[in-house]
Design a protein around this ligand. Structure first.
Ligand SMILES: [Zn+2]
Length: 842
C-alpha cells in the first residue's frame, strides 16, 4: 500500500492537547505552546503531523529536544525522532499571524462607537485550517481532548469550546500590567476542525439555563456579541433554548457538552460554524430585532441556529471518518434544521416552504454536469466542492423522503440508535442506513439511499392510465432529450381518491390496480419525494378539476413543474403564463413563490412592447390577490399572510412595473413605523426605479442601520437601481474596501443579476478578477459569479464561456461547470422564445 500524501500515518494516535495561545491583537500575531499526549501503536522512525504558515521554534519528544522540518506543500511538520510502542508526549512552541483570509486563526475588525478600529481574534478550522492555528493531527478521525488556555489582555473577553474554569495572572516581560491566563474545561474527545478560540473586546448575555435531559447541570446558553448589541439577542436565545430542549428529546440523548456559546462576528466566510459548545455566526444570522425584521430574515436566523445546534450531536458527537462524509453531516443538519424550525414555529409551515430549497436542488440536478451526492475524496480540498446545493438542499430533501417513507417516529428511532451506538466515534455514511435498518428491519434503507447517493440526477415519474390500472414509469429528468437509463429506487406516495398509499418504484415500471377506471390520483402526494411528475391527459384533467382539494405542496409542484417544462423546452412560456393565471384565487405563500419565480423568468425573455404587454398580464394576475389581502396589515394576519402581502407588493411594483404600486412603496419608505414585510418589499421596489437622491439615501442608511438585517437590505438594494451609472457606483463600492469581504461578493452577485446592467457588472468583475480572488474568501468566488447564467445574449454567452475556460475556479470546479451549462440552457430558452413569446403577447 502506498502512502497517501493527504493522510497521516495511523501509528501515532493523539488523545490530548494541552494548548496555550497568546494573541497580540494590535499586531495581528500570536505565540503558542502545545503538548500532545499520544499513543504509539508500533515502532516509528519519525513523527508526522500537520502545520502550515506557522513558525515552529522548538520541538521536544518525551522531554528530549528533537530536529524537525516543515513541508509547506504537504502542510506537514516532520519530527526526526523515532518512538516505540507506548505513550508519547510531543511538546511544540510556535508562532503565527492572525490572517485576513477568514480561515485558521484570523482577524476580524469593527469600528467602535468612538470611531476606533477594534480587533477580534477568531477561528474557522473547518475543513483543514486548524493546522494554521497550532500543529496538530488535523484529520476528523483523530479525536482528542482539548485542554485550552488563552492568555489575553485583562480587559478582553476570551471564549473557547469548554466553560471557563480558571483565571490566573500572567506576568509579561517588560510590562508592568499583567495579562490573564483563562483556562477552559477540557473538551470531550472531538475532531480538530471543531476547535474554537475567540478573543477580543466582546460582551456576553446572561446565560439562559436550559434543563439537561436525564438530570445533571443545566446547559448555560449565551450569545457573545460586539459591545452595544445586547438588545438584538433575545430572538436568537429563544430559538437556541427551544432547539436544545427539542434535540435532546428527538435524539434521545442529553446535550453532549457543558455549555453553549453562540458568537456573532463581524467577519465570517461561511454562514455559521458548529464548533462544539462555541458556535460562530455572521451577525445577521444571530442578532435581530423581531419588531423590524421580516419573517424571512427571522426564519433564516432560526434555520441557521437550529442547523448548528443539530450538529452538536450529528457531526460533533458522532463525526464522519473522512471528508467524503461531509455531505451526510450537512444534509442531516439541513433536514434537522427544518424539522426543528417546524416545531418551533408551526405557523411558518417550514416543511411546505422547504419546497423552494428542493427546487433549487432540482435546478442543478437537472443538468448534465450535476454530480452524485457522495464521491470519493482523496485530497481534503476535494471536499470544498461538497459545500453546495446538492449536499445541503438535495441531501436534506432525500432524508425527508426517506423519513416520510419510513414514518417520522421510525426514522427518529434509527437516528437515535445511530448516535448512541457511535458516540465520541467516527462513522461512514452506510452506518446510518444500517442503524435505520436495525430499528426498522423490513425497510431496505441502504439499497434505497445508495441508488440516490451514488447516482447523479433524479427521476421524472410518469403516470398513465391503462383501464383501471395506474402505470408508473421513470426516466431521468433532463433539460432537453435524454436516453439516460438510470433507475432509482423511488418511494412514491399516492393519493388515490383521497386515500394515501405508499409504493416502491424500484424498476423501470410499476403497475398499481385502482378502485375504478375513473379514479383520481396524486403522484408524490404531500410533495416530499425528490422527483418531478408527468401525468397523462386523463389524470391531469381530473386533478385540474380539483385544484382546491390539493395540498399546498401539490399546487406548488404543479407550478414549479410547469416552469421547468418551459426551461426544458417542452412547454411554451406563453402557455405557462396562461396556466399560472388560473391560480389568481390562490392565497398561499408557497404557491405564489413558485409563480413569482416563473414570472421573473418569463419577464427576462422579453423587451420593448412585449415586455410592456407582459407587465400588464402580471399586474392583472397579482393586483386582485393583493386587493383581496389589502395593502394594510390586518390585526389577524399571521406571519405568512403578511409575507405574502410583501411578495405581491414587490411583484406588482417590480415585475408588473405598476406605477401606482411604486408610488405606494415610496410612501411606505417615508413612514416612520411600517410593517417590516412592506418595508422590505418597498426597499427593493423603490430602488428598482430609484433616482440618484434615492441612491445617496440608501447608501447613508447602509452605514447607519440599527440592525444587521436592515443594513443588508440597503446594501443589497444598491444593486437593484435602474441606471448604469448607479450600478457602476455599487460595483466600485464592492471593491472599495468599505464593504466587508464577507458581503462584497454577494453584492456583486446581485449586480450581475440586475435585469438591465448585468453585463456591465460582469465586465467589471471580469476586469477585477485577480483583485476579487486575492481579497474575497475562497468559498465566495463561485457564488459571486453565479448569475452569469442569466446573461443570454449570444455575445455575452461566448464571453463568459471563454473567460472561464481560461480562468477556472479550482475550489468549485463542478459548480462552475453547472453555472456555465445553465447559461447555455437559458440561452437556448431565450432563442426558442425570441419570436413566439412576443407574438403570443401581442
Ligand atoms: Zn452544517
Amino acid at each position: 500500500m502506498t502512502e497517501s500524501p493527504y493522510r497521516l500515518p495511523r501509528v501515532v494516535l493523539p488523545h490530548r492537547y494541552t494548548l496555550a495561545l497568546e494573541p497580540d491583537l494590535a499586531n495581528a500575531t500570536f505565540v503558542g505552546h502545545v503538548v500532545i499526549d499520544a499513543t504509539v501503536g508500533a515502532r516509528v522512525e519519525r513523527i508526522v503531523l500537520n502545520a502550515i504558515e506557522l513558525g515552529v521554534h522548538s520541538v521536544r519528544v518525551d522531554g528530549e529536544s528533537a530536529n524537525f522540518s516543515l513541508d509547506e506543500t504537504t502542510e506537514r511538520l516532520i519530527i526526526e525522532q523515532g518512538a516505540t510502542e507506548g505513550p508519547l508526549a510531543i511538546e511544540i512552541s510556535f508562532s503565527g499571524t492572525l490572517n485576513d483570509k477568514l480561515r485558521g486563526w484570523y482577524r476580524s475588525t469593527f469600528t467602535d462607537v468612538d470611531g476606533n478600529e477594534q480587533v477580534i481574534a477568531t477561528s474557522q478550522m473547518q475543513a483543514t485550517d486548524c493546522r494554521r492555528a497550532f500543529p496538530c493531527f488535523d484529520e476528523p478521525d483523530f479525536k482528542a481532548v482539548f485542554d485550552i488556555t488563552l492568555i489575553v489582555e485583562t480587559h478582553h473577553f476570551a471564549v473557547s469550546n469548554g466553560p471557563e474554569v480558571e483565571r490566573t495572572e500572567h506576568a509579561v516581560e517588560g510590562r508592568t500590567d499583567p495579562k490573564v491566563a483563562v483556562r477552559f474545561a477540557p473538551t470531550m474527545p472531538m475532531s480538530t476542525y471543531l476547535v474554537a478560540v475567540v478573543v477580543g473586546p466582546l460582551e456576553a448575555t446572561e446565560p439562559v439555563m436550559v434543563p439537561r435531559m436525564e438530570g445533571g447541570d443545566p446547559i448555560a446558553l449565551r450569545i457573545v456579541h460586539l459591545p452595544g448589541k445586547g438588545h438584538l439577542t433575545d430572538f436568537g436565545l429563544d430559538v437556541g433554548a427551544f432547539a436544545l430542549a427539542w434535540y435532546q428529546e428527538y435524539y434521545g440523548l442529553p446535550y453532549p457538552t457543558e455549555k453553549c456559546d453562540m458568537i456573532a462576528l463581524p467577519d465570517f466566510a461561511a454562514g455559521a460554524m458548529e464548533n462544539l459548545g462555541c458556535i460562530t455566526y455572521r451577525e445577521n444570522l444571530l442578532l435581530a430585532d423581531p419588531a423590524s425584521a421580516t419573517q424571512q430574515e427571522l426564519q433564516t436566523l432560526a434555520d441557521v441556529v437550529t442547523h448548528e445546534l443539530a450538529h452538536m450531536w450529528f457531526g460533533d458527537l458522532v463525526t464522519m471518518k473522512w471528508w467524503n462524509g461531509i455531505w451526510l453531516n450537512e444534509a442531516f443538519a439541513t433536514f434537522m434544521e427544518i424539522a426543528c424550525c417546524d416545531a418551533y414555529r408551526p405557523d411558518w409551515k417550514r416543511w411546505t416552504t422547504f419546497s423552494l430549497e428542493r427546487s433549487v436542488a432540482f435546478e442543478v440536478d437537472s443538468l448534465a454536469s450535476t454530480r452524485s451526492i457522495e464521491f470519493p475524496v482523496e485530497a481534503p480540498a476535494d471536499c470544498d466542492g461538497m459545500f453546495d446545493v446538492l449536499t445541503y438542499q438535495k441531501g436534506g430533501s432525500l432524508l425527508r423522503m426517506l423519513e416520510q417513507y419510513l414514518g417520522e417516529d421510525e426514522f427518529r428511532r434509527g437516528v437515535s440508535h445511530y448516535l448512541s451506538s457511535h458516540e465520541y466515534a467516527n462513522t461512514e455514511t452506510s452506518d446510518l442506513w444500517d442503524a435505520i435498518e436495525e430499528t426498522n428491519p423490513s425497510t431496505p434503507a441502504r439499497q434505497l439511499m445508495d441508488s440516490w447517493i451514488w447516482q447523479s440526477g433524479y427521476p421524472l415519474v410518469s403516470a398513465r392510465l391503462d383501464g383501471a390500472t395506474l402505470v408508473l414509469t421513470q426516466q431521468r429528468f433532463a433539460y432537453g432529450d435524454t436516453d439516460d437509463a438510470t433507475v432509482f429506487v423511488v418511494p412514491v406516495h399516492l393519493n388515490i381518491d383521497g386515500v394515501e398509499n405508499k409504493v416502491l418504484l424500484d424498476g423501470p415500471e410499476l403497475r398499481v390496480t385502482l378502485p375504478s377506471a375513473d379514479s383520481s390520483v396524486v403522484v408524490n402526494a404531500g410533495g416530499h419525494g425528490f422527483m418531478r411528475v408527468a401525468y397523462d391527459n386523463a389524470l391531469r384533467s381530473r386533478l385540474e378539476g380539483r385544484l382546491t382539494d390539493l395540498t399546498i405542496i401539490d399546487r406548488y409542484n404543479l407550478v414549479d413543474d410547469a416552469w421547468n417544462e418551459v426551461v426544458a423546452g417542452r412547454l411554451a412560456a406563453a402557455e405557462f403564463l396562461t396556466f399560472v393565471e388560473s391560480f389568481t384565487a390562490d392565497r398561499d405563500l408557497a404557491v405564489w413563490q413558485a409563480i413569482t419565480i416563473g414570472l421573473r423568468g418569463v419577464g427576462r425573455l422579453v423587451q420593448g412592447d412585449a415586455l410592456t404587454a407582459f407587465q400588464g398580464r402580471v399586474a392583472a394576475l397579482v393586483a386582485p390577490a393583493l386587493a383581496d389581502l389589502g395593502w394594510e396589515p390586518a390585526a389577524d394576519d399571521d406571519d405568512l399572510r403578511a409575507k405574502l402581502r410583501g411578495l405581491l407588493v414587490g411583484t406588482l411594483a417590480v415585475v408588473g412595473n405598476d406605477t401606482e404600486a411604486q408610488t405606494r412603496c415610496r410612501a411606505i419608505m417615508a413612514q416612520a413605523e411600517a410593517d417590516p414585510e412592506l418595508v422590505a418589499a418597498a426597499t427593493n421596489a423603490v430602488a428598482a426605479v430609484g433616482t440618484d437622491a434615492d441612491y445617496d439615501h440608501y447608501l447613508a442608511n447602509f452605514h447607519t442601520s440599527a440592525t444587521p438585517q436592515e443594513q443588508l437590505r440597503f446594501l443589497y438594494a444598491l444593486a437593484e437601481f435602474p441606471e448604469e451609472a448607479q450600478i457602476r457606483r455599487t460595483i466600485d463600492l464592492a471593491f472599495s474596501g468599505n464593504v466587508k469581504t464577507q458581503n462584497a461578493p454577494f453584492l456583486l452577485n446581485r449586480c450581475i443579476a440586475n435585469r438591465w446592467h448585468g453585463e456591465t457588472a460582469w465586465s467589471s468583475v471580469r476586469l477585477n478578477w485577480q483583485l476579487a480572488n486575492d481579497r474575497f474568501p475562497n468559498n465566495t468566488i463561485v457564488r459571486m459569479i453565479d448569475p452569469v447564467k442569466l446573461l443570454t445574449r449570444p455575445e455575452a454567452v461566448a464571453d463568459v464561456q471563454s473567460f472561464f475556460a481560461e480562468h477556472p475556479i479550482p475550489q468549485a470546479a463542478k459548480t462552475l461547470d453547472q453555472i456555465l451549462e445553465r447559461q447555455r440552457v437559458n440561452a437556448a430558452l431565450q432563442a426558442r422564445e425570441a419570436d413566439r413569446l412576443p407574438s403570443a403577447l401581442a
